[in-house]
Design a protein around this ligand. Structure first.
Ligand SMILES: [Zn+2]
Length: 250
């Protein structure tokens, strides 16, 4: 990969980290970002750095086993979650993890954002499911997100935060903004008596005018409330998953 492309990626990387901090999506040294390189390795944030002051030295390169191949710091403690998403989703080029207050509030109240409420979210993101609580920075997180990774593009992590992923750094980051915005507006709507879900017919209309609308995790409409927006089948038992993860990461 050319130095020019890599330098542009590092520039975008720093910009996304700073936006996350400026938006209040992370505090202190929370959160982490990664991007897949053409070479099959990944750039990721080092552990213990404030995202508002990230510089090029804080970005390290790791291989798919999570080993540092370039840089002098240890990678983020949530690296396994990032690598698992890349492994499950060959289309994903960047992953962003943060603790934005409204979305994390919903994750803490254990309320997923799976209703068909906002046209932009239905088209651009699909349902935002809730993964079970898992101790941060352990492989439990990988197990918790597994049922959703292939279908969803954003997942709430119970009592923890949010992970979003997309076709490049900005796509992944903008999904984080969208999740937080949707959570904020939903919160306001609930103060005013509760959000109204769109109907199946409304969603069909959206589908017909959007080229982008693919096989996302379906949101619940006013007709199908509590029936759709369910996770994909868990494909592996806990032991299978541990073996699978060890094969790739340990
Ligand atoms: Zn976190």
């Amino acid at each position: 990969m050319s130095m020019l492309i890599k330098n542009k990626l590092i520039e975008d990387f720093i910009s996304v980290c700073r936006r996350m901090y400026e938006k209040g999506f992370v505090s202190a040294t929370d959160g982490n970002v990664s991007v897949r390189l053409e070479t099959g390795t990944f750039l990721t944030t080092r552990t213990g750095v404030n995202k508002g002051i990230v510089s090029a030295e804080d970005i390290i390169e790791v291989n798919r086993q999570g080993e540092v191949v370039s840089g002098s710091y240890a990678p983020s403690t949530e690296l396994a979650m990032h690598l698992f998403i890349y492994l499950q989703r060959p289309d994903v080029k960047a992953v962003v993890h943060a603790h934005p207050p409204y979305a994390t509030g919903f994750a803490t109240a254990r309320q997923p954002l799976t209703g068909c409420v906002f046209p932009e979210v239905i088209v651009g993101l699909g349902a935002i499911p809730l993964a079970e609580y898992a101790t941060p920075s352990t492989l439990e997180v990988v197990k918790a997100i597994e049922p959703f990774v292939k279908q969803a593009n954003a997942i709430l992590l119970a009592n923890h935060g949010v992970v979003t992923y997309g076709s490049d750094l900005y796509d992944a980051y903008y999904k984080m903004e969208k999740v937080e915005h949707a959570a904020h507006i939903t919160f306001v709507a609930r103060m005013l008596g509760g959000e109204n879900l769109l109907s199946q017919q409304d969603v069909e209309k959206l589908k017909s005018i959007s080229k982008d609308f693919s096989d996302r995790l379906a949101c619940e409409t006013s007709d199908t409330c509590k029936q759709s927006g369910t996770p994909g089948q868990t494909e592996n038992s806990e032991d299978d998953l541990k073996t699978y993860i060890k094969k790739y990461y340990l």
